[in-house]
Ligand binder design. Sequence first.
Ligand SMILES: C[S@@+](CC[C@H](N)C(=O)[O-])C[C@H]1O[C@@H](n2cnc3c(N)ncnc32)[C@H](O)[C@@H]1O
Length: 371
Amino acid sequence: MNLMSRATSYFSQLNYTLANEDTALEVALLPEKTDTILSIAGSGSRVVPLLSRSPRRVICVDLSPAQLALTELRISLVREVSRSEFMAFLGYPCAEAEKSPEKLRKHWLEKLELRPETRSFCRDWLSSRDWQSPIYSGRWEKTFQTLSALVQRMVGTTSRELFDCRTVAEQQDFLRTRFAHQRWHLAVALFGNASVFNALLYKGSFPKKNIPGSRFHFYRDAYSRLFSISPARQNFFLQLSFLGHLEFEEGNPVECDSLVFEKAKEALGRSVMEYVHADAVEAAQKERQNIGFLSFSDVPSYFKGDTERQFMQKIRSGLNDQALVVVRNYLRVPSQPDLRGFVNLREEHREVIAQEKVQVYTVDVFRHDSK
Ligand SMILES: C[S@@+](CC[C@H](N)C(=O)[O-])C[C@H]1O[C@@H](n2cnc3c(N)ncnc32)[C@H](O)[C@@H]1O
């Protein structure tokens, strides 16, 4: 099997159900009332927050019908249920916890407006999990749950004590004086190993790293940055990494933020949603200069050959003048991409990029200059 078809088969299943990106970044970059945006769907948690910027039309694209179904489910929930029901349905920690989230899931799944294939996929998927929290059923989330068990074994009780810190200063002091550093570094060395991710998750399609430095330093430094951005309890990725689940509501991903959720709900009264099962480059190409914002996730890290070099030229026909294209590179930055007609605004947005709460991505923010 060649690398492209390995990547295609990896992406044909439900791999993401929570979030492995902090979409607060794209929300900060997306201009209010952009006409048409195209976004990789993923779990849908990378789409919901974009709605809070009131786009007129949102094209959700994914190679995986399962990820598109989950995205449609999330969007329907935002449209039809309250924020606390949304959080209960997905399995997020929430102060107004539902007594019986399983019942709530069964109830809403039959009531929501969904395409028949989406309802039947979600029914099969959720009932096979006994209607337990959907956000932990992706392969990526399960992998991190497995890794968190390893981290807990190695770091011991300090992995939980980390979440008692209420401020960054308190956390830095805790990390300096009481955290099991050497054991943590050993855990990072183990889980940062490409063969571990390939065995647990990517089945051979893990991006082939081409950024400088070792994997150990890459992950160690990413987590160090995360420890300095916010208390761990305010970060969903740190909760998943150390606890294996989310426990602190203040760390829920940005789709749960009350303002973001309410604005997204309001926008759904006007916005047109489309779910497109296709390759993102091909979907973008077809848009005849309609797209004002393209959220690419780290999809380009998996490109090879001609696509790796030409994807930015290929999408140009779909972009309007001044359109923004946000790319998250993960371990692999496309080699020698043809960037004619684009300006990279990464430096201009340095501060917001530095606040991103997963920190494993090298972010590019391209502006399309068609003149
Ligand atoms: C790239 S993944 C996110 C990966 C994750 N951040 C990681 O590091 O593993 C996000 C979504 O992109 C989809 N995807 C991958 N390649 C794609 C492509 N060429 N076109 C459209 N969707 C694609 C996947 O199915 C998945 O749902």
